[in-house]
Design a binder for this molecule. Structure first.
Ligand code: CA
Length: 442
């Protein structure tokens, strides 16, 4: 059973860094987090670790001898252009590296170490963030029962949840080529939709939506034909990021039967630039929510070894700022706040299910939770779910919204907090809608 990292590699509560910005109570990136990302600067692409308002450049660390005590394969993975080689090395290598950076960046580090390391820091505002990995495959689940129920109720008020939902983690294969980093502009997609008259037409989507999701990057993969048992599933998760699975609802409604989403989703997916290691989330693990009375017991291959820490207590929020709000200095408006711990299926169950037919996962593959929603008003993870309320959303600028308009900026954020522990954040996942490309243009 491996629901928790095997080695105790957490900084102690209250551990401080010698880097002052890492000790700021409001930072997403304290010593307890140590997220991984990939950045470009001066034409070169390196792996980095986020700390305070800086990035620790791992290539520079390697060149200055700060990683010389690490095994050769780990050293080489730190010098790679992408995180895939590090992801492939597995939990014990990740733990070794995390312990190494924790001691280098801790206030206990000796003055020589600090001086050396200070030359390997890059201010975040000087770096251009890239995708963290070469993402071979992207799979999107549907693991929030509150999302499934609310969306189902729009189409089937008497029977919102389909009969398979409580037996099988539902997912579809997404498109990895159109995954973009936070900050990228999102072109409004054009596509085929059904008009009021019932005839299909082609044009820019009129029902563009966001989806507030969490992604799981795969570490070591599995050979084709060899399922990953659920008890080992978490050893195959490198870390988590935020995902906005933009969706064109009018295109989706027309195209999705019987094979599921296609062009309504594949035009763009935004992810946050930093990956929070699963080890950093260990203090924020939570019991799996109790099943409703009468719910079926999961089949054996989906049964968790322990219900105690299968979930993750992660607060998530979605915010909107229109172009008018931006140009008149009006801050973004919170659209929803929810929590990852309320998922019906855990990350381990999703991963075990994905490989249960022998499908192989590879280092750097991305699995996403599906829209994360809670049961209450205000916890809807997308605009479609807010349709149960007949009134449009009124922005502080006086503008009304049912779906996203050109110029709208959606920003997702996530963080864990618990008394006695530092707050750890994910950084933001943001995207701005720009007008559809002229589809008649050659
Ligand atoms: Ca989705």
């Amino acid at each position: 059973m491996a629901l928790m990292p095997p080695e105790p590699d957490q900084p102690r509560p209250g551990d401080q860094s010698w880097l002052a910005s890492a000790n700021d109570a409001q930072t997403d990136f304290p010593l307890a987090n140590l997220l991984y990302g990939v950045f470009r600067r001066a034409g070169r692409q390196h792996i980095g670790v986020a700390i305070g308002d800086q990035i620790l450049d791992l290539e520079a660390c390697a060149e200055s001898g700060m990683l010389k005590t690490l095994p050769h394969d780990l050293l080489m993975a730190c010098k790679a252009d992408w995180l895939n080689p590090l992801m492939a090395l597995g939990v014990s290598a990740w733990s070794k590296l995390r312990n190494h950076f924790t001691s280098l960046l801790s206030s206990q580090a000796d003055p020589d170490t600090r001086d050396h390391l200070a030359t390997c820091l890059v201010p975040m505002h000087d770096a251009q963030m890239q995708l963290p990995a070469q993402i071979g495959d992207y799979t999107d689940f549907y693991a929030s029962i509150h999302h499934a129920r609310r969306v189902g109720a729009l189409f089937r008020p008497d029977n919102p949840l389909l009969p398979n939902y409580k037996h099988i983690p539902i997912a579809y294969h997404g498109r990895s080529s159109s995954i973009v980093t936070s900050g990228s502009e999102i072109h409004r997609p054009s596509g085929q939709t059904k008009s009021v008259s019932g005839n299909p037409g082609f044009g820019p989507s009129r029902s563009l939506d966001y989806e507030l999701e969490v992604g799981f990057f795969i570490g070591p993969g599995n050979p084709l034909g060899a399922p990953i048992p659920i008890a080992e599933a978490e050893q195959h998760i490198f870390g988590l990021c935020l995902v906005n699975d933009w969706s064109a609802r009018d295109m989706q409604t027309w195209e999705y039967q019987p094979l599921g989403p296609f062009l309504a989703k594949s035009f763009a997916t935004t992810i946050s630039c930093w990956i929070v290691p699963l080890a950093a989330l260990a203090p924020y693990r939570a019991p799996v929510p109790e099943r409703e009375p009468g719910d079926p017991e999961p089949l054996a291959y989906l049964r968790l070894p322990s219900m105690q820490c299968g979930a993750i207590d992660l607060i998530l929020e979605a915010n909107l700022q229109s172009r008018l709000m931006r140009t008149t200095g009006v801050p973004e408006m919170q659209l929803s706040v929810t929590n990852l711990r309320q998922l019906y299926w855990t990350p381990a169950q999703m991963l075990a299910h994905h490989t249960s037919n022998g499908c192989n996962l590879r280092p750097g593959d991305l699995l996403a939770s599906g829209t994360v929603s809670g049961p209450e008003d205000g916890s809807e993870g997308c605009l479609l779910e807010k349709r149960h309320n007949p009134e449009s959303i009124c922005l502080p600028s006086g503008e009304l919204r049912t779906f996203l308009e050109d110029g709208d900026r959606v920003t997702l954020r996530a963080w864990c907090q618990k008394p006695g522990l530092p707050r750890i954040g994910f950084g933001e996942c943001t995207g701005t809608i720009v007008p559809a490309a002229n589809h008649s243009r050659p």
